[in-house]
Design a binder for this molecule. Sequence first.
Ligand SMILES: O=C(CO)COP(=O)(O)O
Length: 248
Amino acid sequence: MDSKLVIGNWKMNGRTAANQALVAGMLADADINRAGVGIAAPDIYLSQLATMLQGSQIAVAAQDASRFAADGAFTGETSAAMLADIGCRYVLVGHSERRQYFAEDNAALSAKLQAVVAAGMVPVLCVGETLAQREAGQVEAVIGQQLEALAAINGQHYVVAYEPVWAIGTGKVATIEQIDEVHKQIRAVVLQCYGASDSIRVLYGGSVKADNADAILSLASVGGALVGGASLEVNGFGKICQAAKKLI
Ligand SMILES: O=C(CO)COP(=O)(O)O
C-alpha cells in the first residue's frame, strides 16, 4: 500500500538562492523527504531541483510539457523527453492556469499526455470547473469533457487532480461533501471509460493548507493533494505531507 501523494506546485515562483533554502528545509523534514511527495518547479529550476533532490525520496515534477514530442524547430518549448532526461517523474498537464492563459484544449492536452507517457513519466491531468459552471449545475458535464483527453492514454499509468478553479489561490476550499462527490464521479468515469485500475489516484487541489489537509486527505476518494501556495513554505507543507501519510 502507498501513502497518499502530495505534489507541491510552485507555479511561477522561485529564485536560485531561495530554492536552495526552501529545498534544504524540505530535505531536513522527514514528513516531506519521503516517497509520495513531489515538487513541481518552473522548468528553468528543474535541474537545480533534480540535483538537490538526488538521493532523496522527493520526486521531481514539471508543470507542463510541450505537445510536440520530437526534437526540432519549436522555439521556447521543453519536450517531455527533456524533462525525463533531467529526472522528472511527474508532469502536470492541463492545469487551469494553462487552460485559462494559454488556451489549452483537449487536442493539445491529449498530445501532451501521450508525450509524457511515451517519455516514461506519469502525467497528472488537472480538471475542474469555474464558479459560473458550478452555479449553472455543469460540474459533471465540464469535468466529463475534460477527462476525455485521457482517451489518448487509455490504460496507461496516470493521475488525475481535481482543482475547482474557484478554490485555487482564493482561500475558498470546496466542502468535504463537494470534494467527495466530484472525486467519486471522476473515479467512476475513469474506471469505466479510460482503462484505469481500481487504484487510480485522484488528487484534490485548491487552497489546501495545514489546517484543512487532515479532513480532506482522510477521505477515501482522495488519493492525495496538489498544493500551490502552501508548498512555498516548509512548515505548512510539512504538515500537509504529514496528514498524507495515511495509506490508500
Ligand atoms: O493550483 C493549485 C495547485 O496546482 C492550487 O493552488 P493553491 O493551493 O494556492 O490554491
